[in-house]
Ligand binder design. Structure first.
Ligand SMILES: [Zn+2]
Length: 191
């Protein structure tokens, strides 16, 4: 697969979902940020994987546990956020969601991207919640929003996130902010 360099100046990268064409999940990015390095293992084809994965996220080959040595490497995208309007945002960085996320300190510092959502009924906070990549996990943290961040894990009822307390997302988890939602999509196994 050809390496694909995201534009570092772009506020976010949107990828159209085309049936039969999964968004590219392999990147070779210059890593100048320690937080983007994670402990991982290579499959037989040397694709970099979550050590807990049973199958390679790129080629699907079984990972033979016990013979794998972890190494530090750049974290591949952990999936994407699918928005209710069909837009997708690749999870190769943290995001701050809200109706005016640009002023969040992490966005201002360049450590998170703004994901601005139109807010038809005014129920969304300016900086409503943050999506964080932590190792191989994806977290959501409510940013003390006025009306709360609601999390629907697959097969479960929605619940309101406690402000400031991270929740680990599983693939298929829906995050509702005001009248809007985004869903965490990943080919990786849930954990
Ligand atoms: Zn592989």
């Amino acid at each position: 697969m050809t390496a694909r360099e995201p534009d570092p100046d772009a506020p976010f990268e949107a990828v159209l979902l085309v049936p039969g064409h999964a968004p590219p999940v392999e990147t070779v990015t210059e890593v100048d940020d320690d937080r983007a390095l994670v402990e991982g293992v290579g499959c037989k084809n040397d694709h970099f994987n979550d050590p807990s994965a049973r199958y390679c996220h790129l080629c699907g080959i079984g990972m033979v546990q016990g013979t794998l040595v972890t190494r530090l490497g750049p974290r591949p995208p952990l999936g994407l956020l699918l928005c209710d309007d069909g837009a997708t945002y690749r999870l190769d960085a943290d995001y701050v969601l809200g109706r005016n996320p640009e002023r969040h300190p992490f966005v201002a510092a360049g450590t998170a991207r703004p994901l601005r959502l139109l807010d038809p009924d005014g129920s969304m906070s300016r900086q409503h919640c943050r999506i964080s990549l932590v190792g191989w996990a994806v977290h959501v943290v409510d940013l003390a929003s006025a009306n709360g961040t609601y999390v629907t894990l697959p097969g479960s009822a929605p619940f309101r996130a406690v402000p400031g307390e991270p929740i680990v997302l599983r693939p298929g988890t829906r995050i509702t902010v005001g009248e809007r939602w985004v869903r965490y999509e990943s080919h990786r196994e849930g954990n």
